[in-house]
Design a binder for this molecule. Structure first.
Ligand code: 4AD
Ligand code: MG
Length: 455
């Protein structure tokens, strides 16, 4: 069965002539002598309009029962469309019904709520919105690889099952085996010790950067934090570059360049999907993306950010004080009201950051950075890593971590240590940013959040 994807037909300069098209019926209008069928095969947002004369072969078996949601094969010829809004239409010679559709097909009408669409996650990619989002998800994944490969970064697959808690936050899922209903523990542990789903590939990534210089990871990560927000998922994908012979400044430069590169590609390669999202999801989307592509981002230190927030005159729900974490409302004030621009905040107090971040000369702060964007807040978190053996050991101690669990990590500082830095970009946060979709659950094919593991 050889078919022509709808996208090839609709983008074609000259008529592709005779074609076979396969897809799902979006709508159908019947008159006495012919039917208009709108077919979508997911290759692009737009439907292909099919004109099926009542006299063609298989009209009664193929066209009459082909209601919204049914799958069909149409053979015919591409001709210039008489109607408005499309260049080409398909003059059917034969329509065959592949799969009929039951009466209770849930995607009959437009304008379903996002909550309802989550409850039919197995069907929602058939809608315009989710088709657009998941085509863009695919494109952005590809372009992320291209960004790094063009710059000579080596792609490293870090393990999903790990024994270490990179972020030291203890928000991990345990990996266990069972005997009957009983979880095996102690001496019976499968790996001989407790293991978890990784929260970050960074520590393993660092070992490869300390051999291959510039590397990146791109894989799933898991966090058992009980956050019920629109920006947190229990399973999400992270991109983590790590660069040897590199400081915080170059790290921030790379994060900004990457965001600009991805946004720029989205504007070029996903124009049709973006236009749809701009019309129906977020009216300011394209303008914002163009701004982000063209504008130099802001950078301020954590200390400056705290002063700025204190002087802002805004009433915040959470207190602003040196030594406290910036909350989402603070991050959003900086990017949406104060700078009106993506902003990197750097040099955070040591106490609120993980053990691996490099201590600055002031003794108070570490070389950490968060890249914040309007509408979302933190999208990238990164740092220069502590490459000095004695300081790293002291940090592990200060964070109450058992050095024996991190021996291999500490070894990197004993055998040819180098300054190095990296960051983590939350893939879904990036997708929220480039699609304008407000909830992280709607940029993940089958989202996992506390209490939810459907499909
Ligand atoms: O800031 P985080 O926790 O940093 C790390 O994990 C570092 N080890 C990264 C590194 O330096 N290599 O997470 C990085 C990013 C965040 O900025 C955010 O975009 C995303 O991962 N993220 C989440 N995305 C969705 N759901 C969650 N629960 C997330 N937690 C973090
Ligand atoms: Mg962070």
């Amino acid at each position: 069965m050889s078919r022509t994807p709808v996208v090839e037909i609709l983008r074609s300069e000259t008529s592709p002539g005779a074609v076979v098209v396969m897809g799902w019926v979006r709508t159908k209008r019947d008159s006495k002598t012919f039917s208009f069928i709108e077919i979508n095969d997911g290759s692009c947002l737009a439907n292909l309009q099919v004109v099926a004369d009542a006299s063609i072969g298989g009209y009664d078996e193929g066209v009459v029962p082909a209601r919204t949601g049914a799958s069909v094969v149409v053979e015919g010829t591409i001709v210039a469309s008489q109607g408005q809004g499309q260049r080409w239409e398909l003059q059917a010679a034969k329509v065959e019904l592949l799969g009929a559709v039951d009466d209770d097909y849930p995607l009959q009408k437009k304008g379903h709520s996002m909550e309802f669409m989550r409850s039919i996650a197995h069907l929602r990619p058939r809608s315009n919105l989710f088709g657009a989002v998941f085509r863009m998800r695919s494109r952005m994944a590809f372009v992320i690889h291209r960004f790094f490969q063009e710059r000579g970064f080596v792609y490293v697959h870090t393990p999903i099952i790990t024994a270490s808690d990179c972020e030291g936050a203890g928000e991990m899922f345990r990996v266990v085996t069972m005997e009957g209903n009983v979880v095996k523990t102690g001496d019976a542990e499968f790996f001989g010790k407790p293991t978890y789903l990784t929260v970050s590939g960074q520590l393993e990534g660092e070992t490869f950067a300390c051999a291959l210089s510039n590397i990146y990871t791109f894989g799933p990560t898991f966090r058992a934090e009980n956050s019920h927000t629109s920006r947190h998922a229990s399973e999400f994908w992270m991109i983590e570059p790590e660069m040897a012979f590199c400081d915080l400044k170059a790290d921030m430069d790379l994060a900004e360049a990457m965001i600009k590169y991805l946004v720029s590609d989205a504007l070029e390669s996903c124009a049709e999907d973006l236009d749809f999202l701009n019309r129906f999801i977020d009216k300011g989307l394209i303008e914002r993306l163009e701004f982000v592509r063209d504008r130099v981002f802001e950078r301020i230190t954590y200390t400056e950010a705290v002063e700025l927030l204190k002087a802002s005159g805004e009433t915040f729900e959470y207190p602003v004080e040196y030594g406290l974490n910036l909350q989402s409302e603070h991050e959003r004030y900086l990017t949406e009201k104060h700078f009106r621009c993506p902003t990197t905040v750097y040099n955070y107090p040591r106490e609120i950051k993980p053990f691996y971040m490099r201590k600055n000369d002031d003794g108070k702060t570490v070389a950490a950075m968060d890249l914040l964007v309007p509408g979302i807040g933190e999208i990238v978190g990164g740092s220069q890593r502590e490459e000095r053996l004695d300081v790293l050991r002291a940090n592990l101690n200060a964070h109450g971590l058992d050095e024996s669990h991190y021996e291999w990590y500490v070894d990197l500082r004993r055998y040819g240590t180098v300054p190095h830095a990296g960051f983590g970009l939350g893939f879904e946060r990036l997708l929220m940013f480039v699609t304008g979709v407000a909830n992280i659950r709607d940029v993940i094919p089958f989202p996992r959040t506390p209490g939810v593991a459907e499909f």
